[in-house]
Design a protein around this ligand. Structure first.
Ligand SMILES: [Zn+2]
Length: 326
């Protein structure tokens, strides 16, 4: 393989390292545990172990660059991790310099949603478009923006935290410290929570025969606390009216927010990825319809909204793309 690249995706509990060819194809991956809550040095050792595991393979000998991504505030220009909620061992940490010192190779680092955006823009569902807006829907909502092949990261690397834009100032408190972020309405976590809240309410108010049979509860073996977004989706598909309404409400919030994003960015393609994306994409017809009212841009409905190519590997592929970006 000619000029393969090394990629590292650091998470709160594990590190994935991989070797990719120049078309974004994964040649090999290794996963090792991440020590994110000990000392800074222990955190680094976890990363080095994962890298070493890949570099032991002879195909990795020709690798000349490393891309690294992680969930948190990254200052890509200075190569530092400013802070990451799930990786508390590093604060204002010179991650790029440390990995360069250890590996002897040039390193680039980025936030994982930004890396995912780059992967989709370069090799995935956004390939060929000049402006790609990437949204990853899962436990939270992450976003990234790629313009002409480059991540737009703002003045100091903190741009495009789109999941934490407020759409209701009286909304629930978000983990980020603000209130009413779109993440509180349209993420997988939000949909599961909304379902459990509504089920608890109807259980409290139900009297005798008026209690409706909930498919959501049936799919969760009767355990309200076990109801997740995936169960809501399953129940909606099975004809549960309440589940259907919960999904439509999440899609409506998402459409309002997407309208804002389109009015602000006018992207060519919006790529939707993450574990909850398939469910949200099943509402894409409804979302397009709502954009009539929630985007002022007269061409909003020309925006392509497409499913991501990369699933759980998006960050790793993104890290590889990072090391090849201009
Ligand atoms: Zn937030």
């Amino acid at each position: 393989v000619e000029n393969p690249v090394l990629a590292v995706d650091i998470g709160g509990t594990k590190v994935a390292a991989g070797l990719l060819d120049r078309s974004g194809k994964i040649l090999l991956t290794r996963r090792t545990p991440m020590s994110a809550r000990g000392t800074a040095a222990e955190g680094l050792q976890s990363v080095f172990r994962a890298l070493d595991a890949v570099r032991r393979d002879r195909r990795a000998r020709n690798a000349r660059a490393i891309g690294v991504c992680l969930p948190g505030w990254v200052d890509a220009r200075r190569g530092t991790l400013v802070s990451a909620a799930n990786i508390p061992c590093w604060r204002e940490f010179p991650l790029r310099r440390e990995i360069e010192k250890y590996s002897g190779l040039p390193v680039r680092i980025a936030n994982d949603a930004n890396a995912g955006a780059l992967a989709e823009a370069r090799w995935g569902a956004g390939a060929g478009a000049k402006i790609v807006f990437y949204v990853t829907l899962g436990t939270g909502i992450g976003t990234g923006l790629v313009i002409n092949g480059r991540i737009y990261s703002g003045r100091a690397g903190g741009a495009t935290e789109g999941g934490h834009t407020t759409i209701d100032l009286r909304g629930p408190n978000c983990g980020c410290g603000k209130r009413g972020c779109i993440e509180m309405y349209a993420s997988g976590t939000a949909v599961g929570r909304r379902a459990r809240d509504l089920l608890a309410k109807s259980a409290a108010s139900a009297t005798g025969g008026s209690k409706r049979r909930s498919q959501m509860l049936a799919f969760a073996d009767g355990k309200m606390e076990a109801v997740t977004a995936q169960i809501v989706a399953k129940a909606a598909a099975a004809g549960d009216t309440q589940a259907r309404e919960i999904l439509e409400e999440a899609a409506d919030y998402f459409a309002v927010w997407l309208g804002n994003m389109i009015d602000l960015l006018e992207p060519g393609v919006i790529v939707i990825g993450g574990g909850f994306s398939a469910v949200m994409m099943s509402e894409v017809g409804r979302i397009y319809q709502k954009l009539e009212n929630w985007a002022g841009n007269p061409r909003a409905r020309e925006t392509q909204i497409v499913p991501a190519r990369y699933g759980s590997e998006s960050a790793l592929v993104g890290a590889a793309a990072l090391s090849m970006a201009p």
